[in-house]
Design a protein around this ligand. Structure first.
Ligand code: MG
Length: 251
């Protein structure tokens, strides 16, 4: 069942969203050749706690860190640690915050030093596909109009959309109904109405859409070893259209 949020609840979610955005921004500034993913995790945790929030991922199904850090062929759920970033890497960072009883969730893919033309294009297309979905999030449209917006855009660049992991509703729980797939035909699923809040998160591979989970039971990688990128925002549908709650420009 979809839990629609009141204006007051969306206001509270903006607070957690702002902390998510700030943590991502601080990590983005710290990303450099030689920096460990564990260091980025510490930066995020410190930022979240400074604002009175709790890292939402830490301890979630026993996940050991505050961020997911997924490099190159890793899609999502990479565990931060001693691995050092190298020139040419791309790193997807996902971070969630619980504050005042409400969650915020966002992700972005960053480049390390000079990256390949293909990696640059993958990052740009994945970011743009998220904004295609946000544009499609309008009252009267249906949920799968978002899914279709992502898939049709991504595939027009000959990249592929991950099927096994999807976006989600978000609020007092990190994962609420509905699931938000990044693929599928338009015009299906629940009607979008003011008060719905979604974590929209396209995961895009430069090769095939197929993925597998590594032996650590967390890290999801592309089956063919191709690169993957991931962007996510928590977005509320208001009376005046979609509003990104995890945008760094929030006032
Ligand atoms: Mg999410």
């Amino acid at each position: 069942m979809i839990k629609f949020k009141s204006t007051r609840e969306i206001q509270l979610m903006k607070e957690s969203g702002k902390v998510v955005a700030e943590a991502l921004h601080e990590m983005g500034r710290a990303i450099d050749i030689g920096v460990t993913t564990g260091k980025l995790d510490k930066i995020a945790e410190k930022c979240i706690r400074k604002h009175g929030g709790e890292p939402a991922f830490l301890g979630y199904h026993n996940f050991p860190a505050s961020i997911c850090a997924s490099i190159n062929n890793e899609v999502v759920h990479g565990i931060p640690g001693l691995r050092r970033l190298q020139e040419g890497d791309i790193i997807s960072i996902d971070v969630g915050v619980r504050l005042n009883g409400y969650y915020g969730d966002a992700a972005a893919t960053f480049s390390v030093g000079r990256i390949s033309e293909e990696a640059r294009k993958l990052i740009d297309v994945t970011r743009n596909s998220l904004y295609k979905a946000i544009e499609a999030m309008q009252s009267g449209k249906r949920l799968s109009d978002l899914s279709y917006a992502v898939q049709s855009y991504v595939e027009s660049y000959s990249f592929s959309v991950v099927r096994s992991y999807v976006g989600h509703g978000i609020g007092e729980d990190m994962h609420e109904d509905p699931q938000v797939p990044n693929f599928g035909p338009p015009g299906r699923g629940p009607l979008l109405q003011p008060g719905i809040v979604l974590a929209i998160e396209p995961m895009v591979n430069s090769g095939s859409w197929e993925v597998e989970v590594m032996n650590d039971q967390w890290t999801v990688v592309t089956s063919d070893g191709s690169l993957s990128a991931h962007f996510e925002h928590t977005v509320a549908l208001g009376e005046n259209g979609p509003e990104v709650l995890t945008s760094p420009q929030q006032s």
